[in-house]
Design a binder for this molecule. Sequence first.
Ligand SMILES: *Cc1c(COP(=O)(O)O)cnc(C)c1O
Length: 394
Amino acid sequence: MKHLETDLIHAGTEFNSTKAVVTPIFQTSTYFADENPEKYIEAATQPKHPEFYHRHGNPTNSQVAAILAKLEKTEEAIVLATGMAAISTAILAAVKSGDHVIAQNSHYSGAMLFLKDFLSEYGIEVTHVDQTDNSSFVEAIRPNTKLIYIETPSNPNLDITDLAFVGKLGKEKGILTMVDNTFASPINQVPTEFGIDVVIHSATKYLGGHSDLTAGAVCGPKEFIEKVWRKSITLGASLSPFDSWLLLRGLKTLSLRVKQINHNALALAQFLEQNKAIRKVTYTGLSSHPQYELAAKQMKGHTGMLCIEVAGKDENEEFRNAQTILNNLKLFANAASLGGVESLVVHPASMWGTHHSASQKKISGITLGMLRISVGIEHIDDLIADWQQAIDKI
Ligand SMILES: *Cc1c(COP(=O)(O)O)cnc(C)c1O
């Protein structure tokens, strides 16, 4: 078995049937039929066949999927148009009307909408549990529980779910386990090493890494990925040839980027933690994180995601101070998304104000003075200096 840095460059190259060193963009919707009818039937029916019709597959998609399956140590993977396409298609491949799902109190906002609103309209019940309390997963199990859906570290407040516990529970009870591994990236966390069955990514984030594409991935056992593929050809969220090619290009530097991002984020977290203008820093790489030991056990690095709460004498002042910082940062763009080479910052309470009810925000731990930071690969001294000058404006 090769190392992941090598797989990022060389895995899946068998899907490039040309002489070009760099896999070309297969900008075509359809492919010539094979003269041999047996072969044509195979192309039309085989899951993810790379040369039949784009919704079924594409050579670049197959190459990207082969790399991701190596990284996540699964038999197979499939790439789709967005992270949400990956989440919704994978969940719909796992459950049907009458089934029950266990999920967390805190999830990526789009996933939360899907779990809370969409699934209930189709007769699938979802119980939300505290991800930091292992026993709450056990207590939520019902005879019709078919899926445990988790996310760790979770968005935005970086709570950790015990992967080994959930993986073992799923195996014991015969329940499929699925994790959104977007925040960690496979460089920092490989959930299948802890017994999790299926790994989901918004490849829009770290995997693509340059904020220039949207994509999603589902990695898992061959049999399950075939089910996801079957759902995907009717739901139709196939990844475009160009975005797939950009993703392939981005993946080549994944390991380099994430290592630099891990390094920068820890340094920024340490700087902010000792700054009086900041009341609280949540970062899985700081010993002050309430689940620091669990994070250290299951993560190889701590990602570029951190959450801070700006200090103030009350909630309103915290909100104003957070806005002052947000408006004065120059290198950190105030923009949704994360995981790119450029640093970003968002105010979760504003971003999700319309989606989350007040009580849901409370459960998700979103406060008025909270800022979520995605650290990029700029020089760390410049990033720290940018925060210092913005804090000085308060
Ligand atoms: C962004 C994100 C998603 C959704 O991905 P899209 O590519 O935007 O559809 C899902 N999960 C997490 C954790 C995310 O950060």
